[in-house]
Design a protein around this ligand. Structure first.
Ligand code: F6P
Length: 302
């Protein structure tokens, strides 16, 4: 299903070295991206390939990451939510980036993120070809969560102003007792089966609503407190809103490595197969029991 061929022979050692280099670039770029936000809150003319309006900050973060990731050896393609096609930057791994996830939160000064997925295949890749995924969260502090194929657990770092970073949690794991949920999409557009599931979650006295409008902020709440995040299938958008290569695979990979589960409604997000770089998928991630209940509810549709 691959359409862009930039492959090179990749042994585990060189894959790990390239993953290290990409993650280092992303962590060191985070303070620069953050510093660049105040003057770039305005929308610019034009849309990204998914038809969403772009902010100057989206373009700034994309160009900065393209230049820095693209100059690394053993990276073959840089692809971004902000660009129609991947950029051929050499030979090696494929790197997919959502440079500024949730950039509509820029004006109200709420959380945003940067998401990175690294694939050992040409694009569009399959979820099972992911070798590392990470997100930076620009919240009250700047943190980065990393899942990679050579480690069994998710590592959380805090990133300092000068771009240095240190581990704050070597084993970020979903707590067993979930307490938060966040569901996107307009409620009148939810399908009946998802609405029933949401009603059951809402009526559980141990659960409370946390929805901030940037997936990374919302997913990080779920990873911290346990619970479920969904951007579901909608009556007017069966594939939901989020993009497979840039959001679905990396977030599914991170949550699964943190001991949780991911789903498109019927299978792990990592098993979703789409042949378009900007294809979308419904996204459900969180504690395994909640994802099981969700899948059972949606199965009633068939
Ligand atoms: O990438 C799209 C995004 O900004 C996600 O970060 C977020 O979960 C979602 O859109 C929010 O969408 P809505 O504005 O429909 O709640």
């Amino acid at each position: 299903m691959a359409t862009q061929d930039n492959s090179s022979p990749t042994d585990p050692e060189s894959i790990n070295a390239t993953v290290d280099a990409v993650l280092d670039v992303v962590a060191r770029a985070a303070p620069d991206i953050r510093r660049g936000l105040p003057g770039r809150r305005v929308a610019i003319e034009g849309e990204n390939p998914s038809g969403e309006s772009q902010k100057a900050a989206d373009v700034y973060a994309d160009e900065l990451l393209c230049e820095r990731i693209g100059s690394l050896s053993n990276v073959g393609v840089y692809a971004s939510e902000e660009r129609e096609a991947g950029v051929d930057v050499g030979s090696g791994l494929s790197v997919c980036v959502d440079p500024l996830d949730g950039s509509s939160n820029l004006e109200p000064n709420a959380a945003m993120g940067t998401i990175v997925a690294i694939y050992d295949d040409d694009l569009p890749a399959s979820g099972r070809d992911i070798v590392a995924a990470a997100y930076v969260l620009y919240g009250a502090t700047t943190t980065m969560a990393v899942a990679r194929s050579d480690k069994a657990t998710v590592t959380e770092y805090v990133i300092h102003e000068d771009g240095s970073y240190q581990v704050v949690n070597g084993e970020l794991t979903l707590p067993d007792d979930p307490s938060v949920y966040g569901f996107g999409g307009r409620v009148p557009h939810w399908v009946d089966e998802f609405a029933s599931f949401a009603e059951a979650v809402e009526s559980d006295p141990s659960m409370k609503l946390r929805y901030g409008g940037a997936m990374i902020g919302d997913v990080n709440q779920v990873l911290t407190y346990g619970g479920i995040f969904a951007y579901p299938t909608l009556q007017n958008a069966p594939e939901g809103k989020l993009r497979v290569q840039f959001e679905g695979y990396p977030v599914g990979y991170i949550v699964e490595k943190a001991g949780g589960a991911s789903s498109d409604g019927g299978q792990s997000l990592l098993d979703v197969e789409k042949d378009d770089l900007h294809a979308r998928t419904p996204v459900y991630v969180g504690n395994e029991d909640l994802i099981d209940d969700l899948e059972s509810s949606l199965a009633d549709r068939e």
